[in-house]
Design a protein around this ligand. Sequence first.
Ligand code: 13P
Ligand code: SF4
Length: 340
Amino acid sequence: MAATASVGRASALEPYDGVRPDAAWREEVLRLAERRNAVILAHNYQLPEIQDIAHHTGDSLALSRIAADSDADTIVFCGVHFMAETAKILSPTKTVLIPDERAGCSLADSITAEDLRAWKAEHPGAVVVSYVNTTAEVKAETDVCCTSSNAVDVVRSIPADREVLFCPDQFLGAHVKRETGRENLHVWAGECHVHAGINGPELAEKAAANPDADLFIHPECGCATSALYLAGEGTVPQDRVKILSTGDMVKAARGTSARTVLVATEVGMLHQLRRAAPEIDFRAVNDRAACRYMKMITPAALLRALREGRDEVHVDPDVAERARGAVQRMIAIGQPGGGE
Ligand code: 13P
Ligand code: SF4
């Protein structure tokens, strides 16, 4: 687990919350994980030190699959709350810990179960597709969940004559609508504050300054439409614009011949990309795009989680029961991968 370039910090060994992520910290974390028979999962936006110590890193779909298949007694989810909740829905008998339960998600907060029930009442018979970035209560009102890596496949699996309600991300919804050409897909107007802030003019300026670069764009970004526009008008060659989930960005990094890649997503992503392809110059389209919730999972918080068994994630069993089918359908659709 080599330490590589860290993002936005002076040193990989700088203390966070007073804890230095050094060799002694690593040894203690792994010892405690072994004692609990715990598996540590880390999302691609986590701090570099957390990504490096995790047993598995990946995108939200890959981590859900790993959580569902794991035979560990405890899952320590280094990510945000909805991700840990999804693991608990899939594995109700396991202990699921999140190192800081305050790690929420502004996108998940953009729709409530009550909002969704009211929307469904306006469209009786519609199929509800919810992004995994939603609460367990919203998932319980959902027919099938999706992530950024399989959203298009999930919508394609629904008969063409059925109306679809897609929530809560408007930019991912617009991407799915464009890809499927589906007129009967209605999109909720939610957004992630981090990705919405990565805008078109910023991308156009960076693309003009780096004419040979690939563009890796997360579909939650406000600039996703602009990226396709740049490709459409020929400013950037079509094959250089890639709309990808975080896990698919790592796969694309291994396959590209580009020497420079402009990355439009949360900046934690740069760490996995640089690990996957150290010879490529990965540059953030917006280097202020950091998710403060993801960064709440500090080395100190991870150590505390393993020492004290908290914060434990609980999902009401009735809610989990109603949400499970939608999450299991999500896991079954799309290519495996996106994590390691
Ligand atoms: P991925 O599914 O691509 O990992 O994205 C999750 C997320 O929260 C994006 O902000
Ligand atoms: Fe939620 Fe946005 Fe953070 Fe992803 S980056 S966890 S969508 S707030």
